[in-house]
Write a protein of this length. Structure first.
Length: 588
C-alpha cells in the first residue's frame, strides 16, 4: 500500500522528472530491500513457509529450508548487508550457532537476486543464496573428534578405551523366545517373558534388549540379524578393557574423558551429494592426550575380591599417603546398587573416629599415651550411658591400651573435657570435614560439627551423635596420620585436588603417637586376626544406627605407604571389615 500510494502521488505531479537517478531508482532499491529483509527475517525466525512465500519457487524453497533446519538446527541470524539495484542483487550475512550448546559458530555472506515479476519483487530461489553448499545437497552438522584418548592405570596400562558396542533393538512382533535363546547365555536374566514385558511397557515402540561388547555379539550377530524385527545398532563407548573391573571412580573418569574429547573436538558442515558428503565449513579437532590415573589395578582387583563374599553393601578406599594418590576404590554389587557410597556415602564412623579423639586429647595436653585412664564396662557421662562392647571392663590401664582395646568409656570421658571445637579442629587436621575438588573424582569427606554441649562431645568422641564420615573420608584420615599432614587426594596423575579450605597443621609428634597406638590395635587389641601382616597399623569401629539396634562395621589401616578404610553396612560388628582388609592385604 505504501508503494502504490507513492506511485499515484508521482503521477499526479506532471512537472516531476522521472529519469536518471530519480525516484524510480530509489523505489527499486526500497522494494528490493523490503523483500530481501522479509526473506532474512523469516529465515532468522525458523519459518520456512514465510521465507519460501517471497521466492519464485515456494514449493522447492520450503522443502529445502525445512531440511536445512533439520540438519543445522534453528539458532541462526540472517540480515541484509546491502542491495545493488543495478545488478539486481542483495547481500545476506548469516551466523549459525551449531552444536548442542551452540558453542560452534559458522558465519558467512552470500549473494541473492531479487526481481520484479510483475506482481511485485520476489527473491529468485537459489539455495546457494541461503548457505554455501546448499545448492550441492542437504547440509548437516556434526562434531569431529580426533583419535580417542585412553584412560590408563598408574603403570601406563590401558584401563579404559573407546570400543564398539552393539545395541540389540527389538520391535513389536519379534520372536522373544528366539532372541532370549541367543542372549540368555550372555545375560541369564533375559527371558522371553522379560523381553515381552519390556515391549508391553512401550506399546508400539522399539526397545533395547541389551548392549553387547564386540566379543559377545560376534558369535551371535548373524543369528540375531536373521530374526525379523531385530535390528543391531553399533555405537562407540568408553569401556574398561577388563570387563570384570568395577569402581566408582570409572564414572568420574568417563566424564573427564568426555569433557576432554568435547573440548578438543572440531566440527563440520557437510553437503550430502549422490557421490557422498562434501565438507562445506568446519574446524579441525585438536589432539587429545591419554588420561593417566593413579589407580593400582593389582590392588583394585584385590580390593574387589576381598568384598565379594560380603552380602551387605561394602566398600574399600585406599590411598598412598606420600602422594595422596587414590590407588583403589572398590564396592561390592550391593553397594553399587546404592550408588558411589565409597566416595560420598556418609555414616557414623564409630570407634575409627577415636583416632581423632585421641589426637585432640593429646594436643590438649590432658593425657599422654602412657597416662593411666579408667576403662569401666559402662559409664554414665553427662547423662549419656556409654557401654563398652559387651560391657568389657579393663579397670585402670594406659591410654594406649584403652585405645587398642577400643574403650568407649575412656574416649567418652576424654571428649567431654575438651573444648567445644576441639574435635572439629582435630578432624580437620586429618582431612575430615574438608572437601576437595579433584579432577575425575567426586567426594565428600564428612562432617564434625562443633560440640557445644558436654553430652554431644561424649557422643562425638566415640564417633556417634552428629559425626559422619565417608569411607573416602576415613581413608584420608588414615593417610594423614601416615603422612603427618593431609595429602591432596589425586586420581589423575599431576592433578591434585583443591581443598575448600586449607587443612590446619597437625602438631609435630601427634601422628607418631597415634600410629603407635594403632599398631597396638593389631598386636594386642581388637584386630589381632591381622597380626600376621608385618607392620600393619589399624583401628576398628562399630557404629550404631536405627535406634542403636543396628551397627556398621569399619576398619582403617596403614600398611607402609598404603592407607585405607573398609566399610560394611549393617555388619553388626567390625569383624567383617577387618576380615576384608586381611583378604585384600594378603592378595596384593
Amino acid at each position: 500500500m505504501r508503494t502504490r500510494t507513492r506511485l499515484l502521488a508521482l503521477f499526479a505531479v506532471p512537472t516531476m522528472t522521472l529519469t536518471g537517478c530519480g525516484l524510480f531508482d530509489d523505489d527499486t532499491t526500497e522494494r528490493m530491500t523490503s523483500v530481501a529483509t522479509s526473506f532474512a527475517d523469516a529465515l532468522t525466525n525458523d519459518d520456512p513457509s514465510a521465507a519460501a512465500a517471497v521466492t519464485t519457487d515456494p514449493t522447492q524453497a520450503v522443502a529445502t529450508l525445512g531440511a536445512l533446519y533439520d540438519g543445522l538446527g534453528t539458532d541462526v541470524r540472517f540480515e541484509v548487508r546491502g542491495v545493488d539495484k543495478d545488478a539486481g542483487t542483495f547481500t545476506l550475512a548469516a551466523t549459525w550457532k551449531l552444536g548442542a550448546d551452540g558453542a560452534n559458530e559458522w558465519s558467512y555472506t552470500t549473494t541473492g537476486k531479487a526481481a520484479d515479476t510483475g506482481d511485485g519483487f520476489e527473491v529468485t530461489w537459489d539455495p546457494a543464496a541461503v548457505a554455501p553448499g546448499l545448492d550441492t545437497g542437504p547440509l548437516s552438522y556434526s562434531p569431529v573428534y580426533s583419535d580417542p584418548a585412553r584412560v590408563l592405570d598408574s603403570t601406563g596400562g590401558e584401563l579404559m578405551t573407546q570400543q564398539v558396542v552393539t545395541l540389540v533393538n527389538l520391535a513389536p512382533g519379534v520372536d522373544t523366545a528366539a532372541v532370549a535363546n541367543l542372549l540368555s547365555p550372555i545375560a541369564p536374566s533375559i527371558t522371553a517373558a522379560s523381553l515381552q514385558a519390556e515391549l508391553d511397557a512401550a506399546p508400539g515402540k522399539t526397545v533395547t534388549a541389551i548392549t553387547l561388547r564386540e566379543s559377545d555379539i560376534a558369535p551371535i550377530r548373524d543369528a540375531l540379524t536373521a530374526l525379523p524385527n531385530v535390528t543391531l545398532a553399533p555405537q562407540t563407548r568408553l569401556l574398561t578393557t577388563d570387563r570384570e573391573l568395577a569402581s566408582p571412580t570409572l564414572s568420574g573418569l568417563s566424564e573427564l574423558w568426555q569433557q576432554q574429547a568435547a573440548a578438543a573436538a572440531g566440527w563440520a558442515v557437510r553437503a550430502r551429494t549422490e557421490q557422498g558428503t562434501e565438507r562445506v565449513a568446519g574446524r579441525d579437532p585438536q589432539p587429545t592426550t591419554d588420561i593417566r590415573t593413579t589407580l593400582d589395578l593389582g590392588l583394585q582387583r584385590a580390593a574387589e575380591a576381598a568384598l565379594t563374599p560380603i552380602a551387605q553393601p561394602a566398600t574399600i578406599v585406599a590411598l598412598q599417603p606420600s602422594t595422596g594418590n587414590v590407588v583403589a576404590v572398590a564396592q561390592n554389587s550391593a553397594a553399587d546398587a546404592e550408588g558411589p557410597i565409597a566416595l560420598t556415602g556418609l555414616y557414623p564412623p564409630g570407634s575409627t573416629f577415636k583416632t581423632v579423639t585421641v589426637s585432640a586429647a593429646l594436643q590438649a595436653g590432658s593425657v599422654t599415651p602412657d597416662s593411666i585412664v579408667a576403662c569401666p564396662g559402662s559409664a554414665n557421662i553427662e547423662g549419656r550411658r556409654i557401654p563398652n562392647d559387651n560391657n568389657f571392663d579393663l579397670g585402670e590401664v594406659p591410654l594406649h591400651t584403652a585405645f587398642a582395646r577400643s574403650c568407649n568409656t575412656t574416649m567418652g570421658r576424654l571428649a567431654v573435657d575438651l573444648p567445644p571445637a576441639a574435635l572439629t579442629d582435630a578432624a580437620a587436621q586429618l582431612g575430615l570435614g574438608i572437601d576437595y575438588v579433584t579432577p575425575g573424582l567426586t567426594t565428600v569427606t564428612g562432617s564434625v560439627p562443633t560440640a557445644d554441649t558436654p553430652a554431644l562431645r561424649v557422643e562425638e568422641g566415640i564417633g556417634q551423635g552428629k559425626v559422619t564420615a565417608s569411607p573416602f573420608g576415613m581413608a584420608l584420615v588414615a593417610a594423614s596420620l601416615a603422612h603427618g599432614s593431609v595429602p591432596a587426594p589425586t586420581l589423575v596423575a599431576g592433578q591434585p585436588g583443591t581443598p575448600d579450605r586449607t587443612p590446619p597443621a597437625l602438631p609435630p609428634g601427634i601422628a607418631d603417637q597415634v600410629r603407635t597406638m594403632m599398631r597396638e590395635t593389631i598386636t594386642d587389641g581388637t584386630a589381632t586376626q591381622l597380626r600376621d601382616i608385618p607392620g600393619l597399623l589399624g583401628k576398628t569401629g562399630t557404629a550404631e544406627f536405627i535406634d542403636d539396634t543396628h551397627a556398621h562395621g569399619w576398619f582403617v589401616g596403614i600398611d607402609g605407604d598404603l592407607a585405607f578404610a573398609v566399610f560394611v553396612h549393617d555388619a553388626n560388628s567390625s569383624g567383617p571389615a577387618v576380615d576384608a582388609a586381611g583378604r585384600m592385604l594378603r592378595q596384593r
